[in-house]
Design a protein. Structure first.
Ligand code: C2E
Ligand code: MG
Ligand code: MG
Ligand code: MG
Length: 286
């Protein structure tokens, strides 16, 4: 209990905390402004098929173009957007923009969009997916929604129903950051994911440590037995790629192939890939 003054009392707001809170409120206000002023932008990172080294799709990664701070990472503002509920509106914008962008790309290229738990739970989520597809003319089969395990932790029945509805519509569902949450494996029985994205923490040491490689191999084989595609995130080096290839993963994503790039560079990148049959996506890295 906080009482004013006196020895041994607890002060609710240390000066430092006060500052943190103010910063938070500033950030929240700025986030709302950013949404109203269209200050978010999407960057895209290729997903690469290891069987032919070709790009199969692009993951949309949101950034905030801030007048003073420059390009702000989602790691900074997504958590606050989730706490304040702003993620629902930001996520809806991302979905719509990603589909509009994808409409300009070849038919065989899919677009992957990250969906936060709060957004998925929102009652109009299925409608906003349908709206984004209809207004862009992008086929449902080109859209991949990436969710994390935490989505299946609460409101499980409702979330499962939403995911099943989306899947029946032809949208594909990926489990993102696989291996970082709890009971990962049991979730694979409860929902038929199309793709598992193995978190990049397993990649870091996979070339040097046989344990990390063994874990990737186990997830790949689990995925194969369930008919689920496995993608490995965060591939940065050739030795990592060689290990991942040997472990049998189907797809990869990472700086070795390309960092996330602003949308205006994507069409050219896809064209360059298509123009030269069999050209490794790796040579497209910045
Ligand atoms: P994520 O969905 O797991 O996305 C992959 C993150 O790893 C991206 O960070 C990407 O830039 C980074 N990455 C890709 N390749 C490499 C690599 O080789 N090495 C390393 N070290 N990192 C790599 P980013 O763009 O900062 O996004 C961070 C997270 O923010 C995303 O993780 C995702 O959870 C979230 N996020 C991004 N965009 C959205 C969005 O539109 N909606 C929601 N709800 N979350 C988003
Ligand atoms: Mg993702
Ligand atoms: Mg991921
Ligand atoms: Mg990740």
């Amino acid at each position: 209990e906080a009482k004013a003054g006196g020895r041994g009392t607890v002060r609710l707001f240390e000066p430092q905390m006060d500052e943190t809170l103010r910063e938070r409120l500033d950030l929240e206000r700025e986030l709302r402004e950013a949404l109203a002023q269209n200050r978010f932008e999407l960057h895209y990172q290729p997903l690469v098929d290891l069987s032919d080294n070709r790009i199969t799709g692009m993951e949309a990664l949101v950034r905030w173009r801030h007048p003073e701070r420059g390009l702000v990472s989602p790691a900074v503002f997504i958590p606050l957007a989730e706490e304040t509920g702003l993620i629902v509106s930001i996520g809806e914008w991302v979905l719509g923009q990603a589909c509009r962008d994808a409409a300009a790309w070849p038919d065989g290229i899919s677009v992957a969009v990250n969906v936060s738990p709060l957004q998925l739970r929102h009652r109009s989520f299925v409608q906003s997916v349908l709206g984004a597809l209809a207004s862009s003319g992008v086929k449902a089969s080109r859209l991949e929604l990436e969710i994390t395990e935490s989505v299946l932790l609460d409101d499980t029945e409702m979330n499962l129903e939403t995911l099943h509805t989306l899947r029946k519509l032809g949208v594909r569902i990926s489990m993102d950051d696989f291996g970082t949450g709890y009971s990962s494996i049991s979730y694979l029985r409860r929902f038929p994911f199309d793709k598992i994205k193995i978190d990049r923490s397993f990649v870091r040491d996979c070339a040097a440590q046989s344990e990390a490689g063994a874990i990737i191999r186990a997830i790949v084989s689990l995925g194969a037995s369930l008919g689920i595609t496995t993608l490995v995130e965060g591939v940065e080096t050739e030795p990592q790629l060689a290990t991942i290839r040997a472990e049998g993963a189907q797809e990869v994503q990472g700086y070795l192939f390309s960092p996330p790039r602003p949308v205006h560079e994507i069409a050219a990148l896809l064209e360059a890939g298509a123009a030269s049959e069999g050209r490794p996506a790796r040579t497209l890295a910045a």
